[in-house]
Design a protein around this ligand. Structure first.
Ligand code: SAM
Length: 287
């Protein structure tokens, strides 16, 4: 079987990321594509087969989506340098990590855009299956600038996560919630989502002066109306947090032609995919 992904040949992906996904996916390639993962009515913590299916059905197109936002937030207007991170180490909390999609996206960005920092990532993920994949990332990743330093098997809605201070002691600079705000928002009001974010971000800010919150989403609206939530987030505000600055607000549709050529993904569209990207980044401090 031809094992080389055309995205590697075209320079759109790299061998490290490809190898990690291949190990996580246990040789499930586009020929074995199942699809239809989000056809159920509830949005839950994925387990078992659904984790591999998620990896195959969503990760290859979440990678360019997340990369797009990280690039905009981290190196605005192609400035080659970041405005928001003064220290050489950036501590990141990746909430609802799934199969470490955000760490994988950092591995694809570096060294193309990001040169100066070390990204130390803590993942928060409730699923056993995804935590196993996160362990595959830790064992396989060869990019020394990107490291998963801690994988927390927590349910983000669990009071133990919000009230336990130990996960927050590292002192985070950046909280990234990629394609997981629906998990928090399903069945809740926009105000309630801000309350949940307020509670755990307050814990984070106990150990750092300010933190950047980046929410990244696509166009899936069936569980939670993301565009409306993101447009209201500043107006709703947070009980204990001050929004120092809206760093970035993205609402666009981007064409990622190369998804069609990924070894793992099979799109129902012929040559291209044009997903919506909804994202908001806020710089926060305690009131
Ligand atoms: C759509 S996936 C996003 C994964 C990854 N961040 C990405 O962008 O590809 C949503 C993730 O949130 C997780 N999740 C759902 N509800 C959760 C909860 N209450 N606590 C922690 N994780 C949760 C799911 O298991 C899943 O990994």
């Amino acid at each position: 079987m031809d094992m080389i992904c055309r995205n590697i040949i075209n320079g759109l992906c790299n061998k490290n990321v490809h190898n990690i996904i291949e190990k996580m996916g246990q040789n499930r390639f586009r020929e074995n594509f199942v699809g239809g993962l989000f056809s159920g009515l509830t949005y839950s913590v994925f387990e078992g087969e659904d984790c591999i299916q998620y990896l195959q059905e969503y990760v290859p197109f979440h990678l360019p989506q997340i990369e797009y936002v990280l690039r905009e937030v981290y190196v605005p207007e192609g400035m080659g340098e970041s405005r928001y991170f003064a220290n050489p180490t950036i501590n990141i909390m990746d909430v609802g990590s799934g199969p470490a999609t955000v760490p994988l996206a950092f591995c694809r960005l570096i060294p193309k855009y990001i040169h100066k920092h070390r990204f130390k990532i803590t993942t928060v993920e409730a699923s056993e299956g995804f935590n196993n994949m996160i362990n595959v990332f830790k064992a396989t990743n060869t990019n020394e600038s990107v490291e998963i330093v801690n994988n927390l098997k927590y349910n983000i809605l669990d009071d133990n996560f919000i009230n336990d201070e130990s996960p927050f002691k590292i002192g985070y600079n950046w909280i990234i919630i990629a394609n997981s705000i629906s998990a928090i928002g399903q069945g809740r009001s926009n105000h309630d989502v801000n309350k949940i974010l307020n509670n755990f971000i307050s814990n984070v800010l106990y150990y750092s002066d300010k933190v950047l919150l980046t929410i990244i989403e696509g166009s899936l609206k069936q569980y939670f109306d993301i565009p409306t939530y993101l447009s209201e987030i500043e107006k709703i505000g947070f009980d204990d947090l001050k929004i120092m600055k809206t760093v970035s607000s993205i609402d666009c549709q981007e064409e990622f032609q190369y998804i069609a050529y990924c070894k793992f993904y099979k799109t129902k569209y012929p040559d291209y995919y044009k997903p919506h990207i909804n994202s908001k980044s806020l710089l926060l401090e305690l009131k």
